[in-house]
Design a protein around this ligand. Structure first.
Ligand code: NAP
Length: 247
């Protein structure tokens, strides 16, 4: 896959879907900045793995809910590399419960972690990328933001908001050649879905036309495509990677 840019930062890059995105983008020749919040050992191990395979990687600690830390980190990357070519807003959390039991704090904390963080990252990336008249951002939303889900009013709002926000960023970024797109994963085998009981997983699988959970690599490939030059005429779009669960 062809990339005109040279570096990328992936939030929540040390494990799950984020780690697979880091590995895939490094294989395509990008220098990958692996963001982590709480597990330096995972981020360092991933950096070593990428470098042993001949790729370029660096580790950067920040909490995406801390605006100052996030902005400083992006500026540090530009100071180091001279530019920020690509951003993947991947970090995310869930805090599931039925709406009638959901406290306002349960709602706003998920909005802050998933949506406000992606707003901060997208806004800062647009500032930095505008200077070079080049850049691409992919936001990892969710099938739940497209179709809703019982027990996930907070998460669905954050991911649905991310889709609408990305389209608006796409309209603002287009004149500066900065693209914004979303990938909406279905049910992917990571720590996030590992907490579901086998019964719940089987019920989901039964409804998925491809009859299995997705692999993080299948999300990473979609992200790589949207960031790459092959998607140069695609902005404000949503790429569903869900085994056909929502068409
Ligand atoms: P995961 O295995 O739970 O990993 C989440 C990642 O986000 C971790 O690296 C975590 O870092 C990071 N993170 C969370 N809060 C953070 C914060 N405040 N600052 C920095 N990093 C933070 O989740 P995943 O399944 O890989 O999901 C990745 C993304 O895909 C999420 O946005 C999720 O909503 C989305 N998604 C996942 C699925 C799925 O089925 N798995 C489906 C649809 C969408 P720590 O290690 O420090 O906690």
């Amino acid at each position: 896959m062809k990339f005109s840019g040279k570096n990328v930062v992936v939030t929540g890059g040390s494990r799950g879907i984020g780690a697979e995105i880091c590995k895939t983008l490094a294989e395509f020749g990008l220098k990958v900045w692996i963001n982590y919040r709480s597990k330096p050992e995972l981020a360092d191990a991933l950096k070593d793995e990428i470098e042993k395979s001949g790729g370029k990687a660096a580790v950067i600690k920040f909490d995406v809910t801390n605006e100052e830390e996030f902005i400083n980190a992006l500026n540090l990357i530009v100071e180091s590399d001279g530019e920020l070519s690509y951003l993947v807003n991947n970090a995310g959390i869930t805090n599931d419960k039925l709406a009638l039991r959901m406290k306002t704090e349960d709602f706003t904390s998920v909005i802050d972690a998933n949506l406000t963080s992606a707003f901060i990252g997208s806004r800062e990336a647009l500032k930095l990328m505008s200077k070079k008249r080049f850049g691409s951002v992919v936001n990892i939303a969710s099938i739940v933001g497209e179709m809703g889900n019982a027990g996930q009013v907070n998460y669905a709002a954050s991911k649905g908001g991310m889709i609408a926000m990305s389209k608006s960023f796409a309209k603002e970024g287009a004149s500066r050649n900065v693209r914004f797109n979303c990938v909406t994963p279905g049910f992917i085998a990571t720590d996030m879905t590992e907490v579901l009981s086998q019964e719940v997983k089987d019920a989901y699988i039964n409804n998925i036309p491809l009859k299995r959970l997705g692999d993080p690599k299948e999300i990473a490939n979609a992200v790589a495509f949207l960031l790459s030059d092959h998607a140069s005429y695609i902005t404000g779009d949503v790429l569903k990677v869900n085994g056909g669960l929502y068409m």
